[in-house]
Design a binder for this molecule. Structure first.
Ligand SMILES: [Zn+2]
Ligand SMILES: [Zn+2]
Length: 109
C-alpha cells in the first residue's frame, strides 16, 4: 500500500498518510501534526501525489500566562525574527492574552 509522506511545514516532522488514511480525508478536513500540534487543512486530495495541505495555525501555550493561542501563517509572516545565541533563527510573536513576547523556533524556516 502506498504511503504518502508529508513534511510538516512548521517542524519538518514527516507525517505518513496511508491510502486508507487518505480515503478518510476530504477537502476541508484538518490534520494535526503529532509533533508540534500544527493544524493543516486538506486543500486537495486526489490520486497519487495529488495531495495538498494549507497551514492553519499552531496552538501554542504561552509560557508567561499559560493561555493557549494560535499562531497562524499571517501572524508568523508579520512577526519579527531574531537570531539567537546558537545561530538559529526564531520568530517573536506576542501573546494575545498577556502580551508577553514569545520566541518560536522552527527548523530550516
Ligand atoms: Zn509539526
Ligand atoms: Zn500570555
Amino acid at each position: 500500500m502506498a504511503t504518502l509522506e508529508i513534511d510538516c511545514p512548521v517542524c519538518a516532522e514527516v507525517l505518513e498518510l496511508s491510502d486508507a488514511d487518505r480515503a478518510d480525508l476530504a477537502v476541508g478536513d484538518v490534520i494535526v501534526c503529532d509533533s508540534c500540534s500544527a493544524e493543516m487543512e486538506v486543500t486537495r486530495n486526489g490520486p497519487g501525489e495529488e495531495f495538498e495541505l494549507e497551514l492553519l495555525g499552531i496552538l501554542t501555550v504561552c509560557p508567561a500566562c499559560g493561555e493557549e493561542f494560535e499562531v497562524t501563517e499571517d501572524l508568523l509572516a508579520a512577526a519579527p525574527t531574531v537570531e539567537s545565541a546558537d545561530g538559529s533563527v526564531v520568530s517573536v510573536v506576542g501573546c494575545p492574552h498577556c502580551r508577553a513576547r514569545i520566541e518560536l523556533e522552527f527548523d530550516d524556516a
